[in-house]
Every structure is written in structure tokens, then in C-alpha cells.
Ligand binder design. Structure first.
Ligand SMILES: Cc1cc2nc3c(=O)[nH]c(=O)nc-3n(C[C@H](O)[C@H](O)[C@H](O)COP(=O)(O)OP(=O)(O)OC[C@H]3O[C@@H](n4cnc5c(N)ncnc54)[C@H](O)[C@@H]3O)c2cc1C
Ligand SMILES: *[C@@H]1O[C@H](CO)[C@@H](O)[C@H](O)[C@H]1NC(C)=O
Ligand SMILES: *[C@@H]1O[C@H](CO)[C@@H](O)[C@H](O)[C@H]1NC(C)=O
Ligand SMILES: *[C@@H]1O[C@H](CO)[C@@H](O)[C@H](O)[C@H]1NC(C)=O
Ligand SMILES: *[C@@H]1O[C@H](CO)[C@@H](O)[C@H](O)[C@H]1NC(C)=O
Ligand SMILES: *[C@@H]1O[C@H](CO)[C@@H](O)[C@H](O)[C@H]1NC(C)=O
Length: 460
């Protein structure tokens, strides 16, 4: 805690010193400019749609052979058929844990009859239908893994590996948009004895399907969204499912094979000792311990402080204050997916010259005020990109500054209800459909559950 506060202060002092080098006045749009986008997941696709709509010349660089990012299931573990790291964390039978209304692109809803919590496969189909509808494919260059982004002589130099040929290429960009995903690098703790454990250990990033765990003794560690969802997938398949976590929630009646455990004390060769002193024999361990930001390609010349938990200083959690022709989609925590679409519209509007940023000194002042407020609320620097409960205000702020579509408050209402209800009724919260009535109100009704969840009327 002391360390964090002193680190925070050194950033502030550093930035105040840097301030004197910063020049104001920021109309960003340039004639004949070229914009480079890293990643063709939801975020990269969202910004492509707006860039195209606003007549901006742009190219998307996508590492895999596919659009859709994490929503595409890939059976490979580790490396894909091109020897590129598998970046998607999708698994079989996933259904969204948030109503689709909070995930839809602006003005591009799912067909009305789509269940509120579609399958991952259905969401992927929706993303592909979006690409087709807005004819985005010509701008998307696949099998290009971006390895470096540098600021050099007043433009960006972006270097990528063309994965089919293993050749490296550098292109010049006036603007660069980083949309490489929020859930990229698994957080893998190293617990005592882990290296001598004889069973299998994976992170949920590499989990693919429940079938593999049939009749096995499995330990899940963690009860974030992945841990809770995997508990639902595995409790009735495994011989024994141990679930080590300390989340306080209304635990549903899992099968008699499910055992809640305390935190792990240490691994042995054939099992695990827990903090309460109990021991269990275990065959497989799945760490559901979350993800970190991962931007290994950002060169020092970008002028940012980058870590797995935060990036600073960013204006509106989007624009690199040191070099405002660089922006980010998805460096923001505890928000709905629709936020990514709003950030995309904001960035495309900026590049298209639809609004001007404040001068850099002013952006820095606004950012510092935000940091002081965090400190006042006894929050830590790791919370610098967290929007959370302020999400509706965030939407309002983006609209106020950039004139983009106002995302209605009802989506924040749905988010809040769903977050609570999921912890109240984990096994059945998806058996409902939702309808947005107006900008403040929605309806929700039981839909009978069962195979209703698998319906996907999306046409490609
Ligand atoms: C398992 C899982 C389940 C989720 N479920 C939900 C849910 O139910 N509801 C919800 O609202 N949100 C959910 N999310 C959040 C989800 O991340 C967002 O919905 C959305 O997919 C984010 O899109 P993105 O484009 O920012 O990132 P991604 O989908 O990760 O896409 C990033 C793209 O960038 C590419 N890329 C990465 N690095 C490079 C590079 N160096 N060079 C070139 N290309 C690169 C990747 O290949 C990928 O295509 C879930 C996330 C995960 C991991
Ligand atoms: C778009 O930018 C690329 C890369 O700079 C350039 O080669 C191309 O001619 C540009 N296209 C248009 C229509 O301006
Ligand atoms: C291409 O770049 C990568 C990453 O920087 C590097 O490891 C590799 O050696 C380069 N390959 C060639 C052929 O230069
Ligand atoms: C370790 O695992 C192997 C194969 O899974 C098994 O044959 C061996 O008996 C195990 N050793 C111990 C000490 O559990
Ligand atoms: C296990 O439970 C899930 C729902 O929690 C259900 O979809 C699945 O069919 C069940 N599987 C078995 C083998 O009973
Ligand atoms: C919205 O803008 C106000 C005024 O600049 C600021 O105080 C507040 O922190 C912002 N809130 C969010 C969530 O961005």
C-alpha cells in the first residue's frame, strides 16, 4: 500500500515535469492519413465500421486467420496452425454471462427472437454477420502479428510478422488504434509445491470442454466469471469437483460431486493441502485466476507507463496523452462490452475530425484530477482504468466531449441487475429474456429455459 502511494506520487511528479514539454492545440485529422488498427475482435471490428462510415483510410492487422477474437472457438492449445499463440479463450458450450443487449454494437441489434444469453457460437456468428453487413473484410489483413509500435519522426512505425511466411514488415501510420483484447495474458500464480505436483495444471484460457474431465478428480481455483461458469460445466461430469475460492454468494445446489474448499496451502505430488488443513487427491487443476493487459509491442517511445493491471496516462481511458494519435479500445475495467463500441465511435470521430481534444496540458490536468480523486477515495493506482459503477457517467462524458451516440442508462441498469442476479441464481439466471423498452426501462420474463438458450436466428 505504501509502495503504491509513493509510486503514484512519483508518476505525478514525473508527469508534471513532462508537462512543460507538451504543446497544446489538438485538431487531429489529417488529409490523406492512414490509420492502423491492431486486432480484429469485437473492438477492432467496431472501430472499423465507424472509420469506414466516416471515410477514413485504414488497415486492420490481425494475428490469427480469423475475425472475432475471443468469440471464436479454437481447438488448438498453445500455438495455432500458423505457429501463432492462440489468443482466444473461448470454450465449448459457453453462453454469455451478460444479456446480449449490453453487448450489441450500436444500431446493430441481434434478431428479436435471439435469447438474451446466446451461446458463444451465436455471438461469433453475430460478429461475422456484422463484418459482412459493413463489408469490412477488404480492410482486414489476417495472419499479421504486430510485434512493435514505435513513435518516430512524427508518425508511427508498426512492425508485424506475416505468420504464413515468417517474414517481418514495417508500415507507417498517422494514427494507431490498439484493440488487441483485454483478456489476453492469463494470470498464473505459483503456489508452494506446484512444481512437484504430478497431475495436469492449466489456466482456464486453455480449457476447451467438459468431456475431457469425465470421472476425474478436478480442482478449480477461483470464482470469478470463469471459475463460476466452469463449476457449472464440470460439477456433474467429474468424479469429484473441488472448488477453492472465497467468494461470498448464494451457492447453488451443485451435484453431490461438488466440494467447496478454502484457499490452497500447498501442492503435494498427488494432491492439494488446503488452508483449513484438509487434503484431497487431485488429477487435474484449472486455474481460473483471470487475465492481465498485455502490450509487449508498445515501444518506450509511446511515452506510456504500461503494466498488466493499468496503462497511464490516458484521456478518457482511450487517448495516449503523450501522443494523442495513439488510442486504445478496451483498456477499461468492470464495464459492459458496449463500452468498447462507444470508445470505437469516439476514436473514429476524433480521427475524422468531428471533434477536437483539449490541449495536452488540459488533458493531463483532467487526468491528474482523476488520480487525486482515486487517492482521496483510498483507491490504488491499479484502479486508474476502472470505470465500474461510474459507467453511465462515462457514457455521458464520451457523448459530451465527442458528440457520439449516447448509450442509454437502461444498459447500466441491466448490467447492475444481472451482476447481482447471477450471484443469486447462478444455475438459472440465463433462463430469462430481456427487452429494452426505452432509454430508462426494460422488461424481463422467464423463457422456459432448456434448449431455448441454443437458438440463434442470426443470418450471415
Ligand atoms: C472466455 C470469455 C468470455 C467472455 N464472455 C463475455 C460475456 O459473456 N459478456 C461480455 O460482455 N463480455 C464477455 N467477455 C469479454 C470479451 O473480451 C469482450 O466481449 C470482447 O470480445 C472484447 O473484444 P476485443 O476485440 O477487445 O478483444 P478480443 O476479442 O480478444 O480480440 C482481440 C483481437 O486482437 C488480435 N490480436 C491480439 N494481439 C495481436 C497482435 N499483437 N497483433 C495482431 N493482432 C492481435 C487477436 O487475435 C484478436 O483477434 C468474455 C471474455 C472471455 C475471455
Ligand atoms: C491508404 O493508405 C495506404 C497506406 O498509406 C496507401 O497506400 C493508399 O494509397 C491509401 N488509400 C487511399 C484511398 O488514400
Ligand atoms: C521477425 O521479428 C520477430 C519478432 O521481433 C523476430 O523474433 C524474428 O527473428 C524476425 N524474423 C526475421 C526473419 O527477421
Ligand atoms: C505420476 O503420474 C504417472 C502418470 O500419470 C503415474 O504413473 C505415477 O504413478 C504418478 N506418480 C505419483 C508419485 O503419483
Ligand atoms: C450438467 O449440467 C448442465 C447444466 O448445469 C447440463 O446442461 C448438462 O446437460 C448436465 N450434464 C450431465 C452429464 O448431466
Ligand atoms: C466525467 O467527467 C467529469 C468532469 O470532467 C469527471 O469529474 C468524472 O470523473 C468523469 N467520469 C467518468 C466516469 O469518466
Amino acid at each position: 500500500m505504501m509502495y503504491l502511494i509513493s509510486a503514484l506520487w512519483s508518476y505525478i511528479i514525473l508527469l508534471i515535469c513532462l508537462n512543460s514539454n507538451i504543446i497544446g492545440g489538438l485538431a487531429l485529422s489529417l488529409p490523406d492519413s492512414h490509420t492502423c488498427v491492431v486486432g480484429a475482435g469485437y473492438s477492432g471490428l467496431a472501430v472499423s465500421r465507424y472509420l469506414k462510415q466516416f471515410g477514413v483510410n485504414f488497415t486492420v492487422f490481425e494475428a490469427s486467420r480469423h475475425v472475432g477474437g475471443t468469440w471464436r472457438f479454437d481447438p488448438h492449445v498453445g500455438l495455432d496452425e500458423d505457429g501463432t499463440p492462440v489468443l482466444t479463450s473461448m470454450y465449448k458450450y459457453l453462453r454469455t454471462n451478460t444479456p446480449r443487449q449490453t453487448m450489441e454494437f450500436g444500431g446493430f441489434p441481434f434478431p428479436d427472437s435471439t435469447p438474451a444469453y446466446p451461446t458463444g457460437t451465436c455471438f461469433y456468428k453475430y460478429l461475422r454477420s456484422f463484418v459482412k453487413h459493413f463489408d469490412l473484410m477488404p480492410n482486414i489483413h489476417i495472419r499479421r502479428l504486430v510485434t512493435s509500435v514505435k513513435w518516430l519522426n512524427h508518425h508511427w512505425e508498426l512492425t508485424y510478422t506475416q505468420t504464413d511466411e515468417r517474414s517481418n514488415h514495417t508500415v507507417s501510420c498517422d494514427f494507431v488504434i490498439i484493440a488487441n483484447g483485454q483478456y489476453v495474458r492469463p494470470t498464473l500464480p505459483m503456489l508452494p509445491g506446484q512444481d512437484i505436483f504430478n497431475g495436469s495444471i492449466i489456466h482456464s484460457h486453455d480449457y476447451k470442454e467438459p468431456e475431457k474431465y469425465k470421472d476425474r478428480r478436478v480442482l478449480l481455483i477461483g470464482a470469478g466469471p470463469s471459475g463460476l461458469d466452469l463449476a457449472g460445466q464440470l460439477h456433474n461430469v467429474t468424479a469429484k469437483l473441488f472448488h477453492s475460492h472465497h467468494l461470498v454468494y448464494n451457492q447453488p445446489k451443485f451435484s453431490e460431486h461438488y466440494f467447496k474448499k478454502t484457499d490452497v496451502e500447498a501442492f503435494t505430488m498427488d494432491g492439494v493441502v488446503f488452508k483449513d488443513g484438509t487434503f484431497e487427491e487431485v488429477d487435474d487443476v484449472i486455474f481460473c485466476t483471470g487475465y492481465e493487459f498485455f502490450h509487449p509491442f508498445l515501444d518506450q517511445s509511446c511515452g506510456l507507463t504500461v503494466s498488466g493491471k493499468f496503462i497511464l496516462p490516458l484521456h478518457q481511458n482511450i487517448v495516449n496523452i503523450r501522443h494523442p494519435s495513439m488510442s486504445f479500445i478496451g483498456v477499461v475495467n468492470k464495464v459492459i462490452t458496449r463500452v468498447l463500441d462507444a470508445q470505437a465511435e469516439y476514436i473514429a470521430s476524433l480521427i475524422a475530425g468531428k471533434f477536437k481534444l483539449p490541449p495536452q496540458e488540459e488533458m493531463l490536468k483532467i487526468w491528474l484530477a482523476h488520480v487525486f480523486k482515486l487517492q482521496h477515495q483510498r483507491k490504488k493506482i491499479v484502479d486508474v482504468n476502472t470505470v465500474g459503477a461510474d459507467m453511465d457517467q462515462y457514457f455521458a462524458n464520451l457523448t459530451m466531449e465527442a458528440g457520439i451516440t449516447r448509450v442509454p442508462p437502461v444498459l447500466s441498469e441491466i448490467r447492475d441487475f444481472n451482476a447481482k442476479n447471477r450471484l443469486e441464481d447462478l444455475l438459472h439466471y440465463r433462463d430469462y429474456d430481456y427487452e429494452v423498452v426505452d432509454s430508462m426501462n426494460y422488461k424481463r420474463w422467464h423463457n422456459g429455459g432448456g434448449s431455448r438458450g441454443e437458438e440463434c436466428p442470426v443470418e450471415i
